[in-house]
Design a protein around this ligand. Structure first.
Ligand SMILES: [Fe+2]
Ligand SMILES: [Fe+2]
Length: 297
């Protein structure tokens, strides 16, 4: 890495450290954990619920629709914290090799600190909503372990971006939506503000890393990223959520996957991150898998 790049890395690190010092949250005090949940109030926008617009949706009562919105956002939070725990391990490996007098790896540690608070916040929220632990099943659990221990460089930053930016899109909409439960709105707002810095860190590092990859390396990182993106978006809503409203999980999932509204929601969630990844050259030959995941048209 030349001097210019090293300098730009340091500047990124210093800016993000300063922003973190100015604006970080302790969810323990920033969230009113004792406030009762509101009656008949959705937990996420109903039009973003996976079955919205289908015949199954039409058959649900208004109470069941709210109930499903609760379980779907609990699933997003559970899967989100599952990925955060993977990310924390990757960040830890990343800083292990670096000189911690530099601002850039210091920011990686600061991000790790943010993620520990987020994961506690999400876990606490899922418990408060009285929802099950919706983290992915045993196969993906093991794959996540492998990913956490091995993935580095471009595919690490790119898959982190996918997880962060798709949830960010949803949470940004939620924090402004006054028709939703205050609890899920507050959590969204805290997460959006802190994740904005993480997104910037990963985007800027990715833009530095990709031009230095040789062709076979680039293809490998593209491949890993596309698989991670597919698994992340495809697992965000666990099929067990449908049980909460008396729908067979297999049927619910089948209907959701074919639901044009849900496919459109996935593309909307992926819109910003996929256009960035495309711009830096991280999609290329792997586009069919991104399409299969309904993350690009
Ligand atoms: Fe987070
Ligand atoms: Fe993050």
């Amino acid at each position: 890495m030349d001097r210019g790049e090293l300098l730009s890395r340091e500047i990124t690190g210093q800016r993000l450290l300063a922003a973190s010092a100015r604006h970080s949250f302790d969810p323990d005090v920033a969230v009113d954990w004792n406030a009762p949940l509101l009656d008949a109030t959705p937990f996420m926008p109903l039009q973003r619920v996976s079955l919205y617009g289908t015949q199954l949706w039409e058959q649900l009562t208004p109470e069941q629709r709210v109930e499903l919105s609760k379980h779907e956002i609990a699933s997003v939070m559970s899967v989100g914290l599952w990925f955060e725990v993977i990310l924390m391990q990757m960040l830890c490996r990343y800083v292990y090799d670096r000189d911690l007098r530099d601002a850039h790896p210091q920011y990686a540690l600061t991000e790790l600190g943010d993620e520990t608070r987020h994961s506690v916040m999400f876990a606490r929220a899922v418990a408060k909503l009285e929802c099950p632990d919706y983290r992915p099943g045993p196969a993906l659990h093991q794959l996540g372990r492998l990913f956490a221990h091995t993935v580095a460089s471009a595919s690490m930053f790119a898959s982190v971006l996918v997880a962060e930016e798709v949830t960010d899109r949803l949470q940004r909409e939620m924090m402004h939506d006054e028709s939703l439960q205050p609890l899920t709105r507050t959590i969204s707002r805290i997460h959006v503000i802190e994740e904005g810095r993480h997104v910037r860190y990963a985007r800027e590092e990715l833009a530095r890393l990709v031009p230095r990859l040789r062709r076979p390396e680039l293809e490998w990182h593209r491949y890993l990223t596309s698989v991670a993106a597919y698994l992340i978006i495809d697992n965000l809503i666990q099929s067990r959520v449908y049980r909460a409203v008396g729908i067979d999980p297999r049927l619910g999932r089948k209907v959701a996957l074919r639901n044009p509204h849900h496919q459109q929601t996935r593309r909307w969630m992926g819109e910003k991150v996929t256009s960035f990844l495309d711009e830096v050259g991280m999609i290329g030959s792997t586009r069919p898998l991104w399409r299969k995941a309904h993350l690009v048209a």
